[in-house]
Design a protein around this ligand. Structure first.
Ligand code: SAH
Length: 338
């Protein structure tokens, strides 16, 4: 059985010809798979019956299964997707009431080896990288399950995308060309692998960049994010300036407010100093509990003061809405439990 999600357009043309059909049929198929979100060959109305039969005998679109699906009260949907080797990864579809955007939050690895102390994925260790088509399959799964077209993709699921560089960048190329999602609507989030940030600036498809900064004090950051031992805040900043200079785009700094640890006035001041000469927006994320009670959620007052202190530096600051917390789909809660 050929897995069609693995093929680019010219490979699909070869496959179609190997079934004794004309090449242009591949374009029709491609459009059903990527634009019209249809996975049932029988529903492909402009494809003649005998070719549909041949397809059913020789091909599947995806070789993944939805192992579990949970729908949150706010409309967020979390999928646990099982790959052909039995490994699973999570994908989240987020809808925002006031926008027409449909964002897919995709995983780049099964597990992760960065070891951030507040993250549920890290607690389960690293298993393997995902292949480009396994990343695309997450988006196709959402489209086929809902019948809707995904408009934005964020690499904020499980895994560290810059540790699976080549596969993630091939996936981005395919998301851009096959799924027709603009490069500005594709975002990579990284814990700060500075040399890979520079490397990605050389790619033909440079996505929007978000950084899991979470703390601007090196000692405290080391306690919660081991990556700080390898790529210090100073080195990270150099790579961010390189990105903003090279692309002209802003970076988004994600910052988890952990009660009593990263949400204090002193920490806000450190962050203000760190971002002074950086083209950035700040996204504050209230810490989401992950079942171990080492860290606390911030209270509303400290969150507000923190936000105010940053805004007084002229930065755009948003506090991230908690999406899907009731189904463990909020930031950092993706553990791939099955
Ligand atoms: N490895 C990449 C992609 C993961 S994105 C990265 O680090 O950016 C997932 C986001 O959720 C990251 O910003 C991560 O730091 C954040 N996160 C992890 N655990 C969290 C938690 N318990 N509460 C809130 N955010 C968390």
């Amino acid at each position: 059985m050929e897995v069609l999600a693995k093929l680019n357009l010219s490979q699909l043309e070869n496959f179609v010809e190997s079934l004794g059909e004309k090449k242009f049929r591949a374009k029709q198929l491609f459009s059903w798979i990527y634009s019209k979100s249809v996975c049932d060959f029988d529903l492909m109305s402009d494809i003649k019956k005998d070719f549909r039969e041949k397809l059913k005998e020789n091909a599947v679109i995806l070789d993944t299964k939805i192992k579990k699906k949970q729908v949150s009260a706010d409309g967020t949907i979390k999928y646990l997707i099982e790959y052909s080797d039995g490994n699973c990864a999570e994908t989240v579809l987020m809808r925002f009431d006031n926008r027409s955007n449909l964002s897919a939050c995709v995983s780049s690895q099964v597990g992760c080896y960065m070891g951030c102390d507040f993250c549920a994925t890290a607690k389960r260790g690293f298993i393997r990288n995902l292949e480009p088509y396994e990343i695309i399959s997450q988006i196709l799964t959402i489209q086929q399950d809902t019948g809707l077209k995904v408009t934005n993709v964020v690499f904020m699921g499980q895994g560290e995308p810059l540790n699976n560089f080549d596969n993630v960048f091939s996936a981005i190329e395919a998301i851009n060309t096959n799924l027709n999602i603009g490069i500005r609507r594709i975002t990579i989030s990284t814990c700060g692998i500075a040399d890979k940030i520079k490397k990605m600036c050389e790619s033909d498809f440079v996505p929007t960049l978000a950084i899991s900064l979470h703390c601007a004090d090196s000692d405290v950051r080391k306690q919660i994010m081991p990556v700080e031992n390898k790529y210090s805040l100073d080195e990270l900043k150099k790579s961010l300036i390189y990105y903003t200079d090279k692309t002209g785009k802003r970076v988004t700094l994600e910052y988890i407010l952990i009660g009593g640890l990263t949400d204090t006035k002193q920490m806000a001041q450190k962050l203000c100093d760190y971002i002074k000469d950086l083209k950035c927006n700040i996204n504050l994320i209230p810490y989401n509990p992950i079942g171990v009670d080492k860290y606390k959620k911030p209270n509303k007052k400290d969150t507000m003061i923190f936000k105010y202190l940053l805004e007084s530096q002229g930065k755009k600051v948003t506090v991230r809405l908690e999406r899907g917390a009731d189904i463990d789909a909020a930031c950092g809660q993706l553990a791939g439990k099955s």
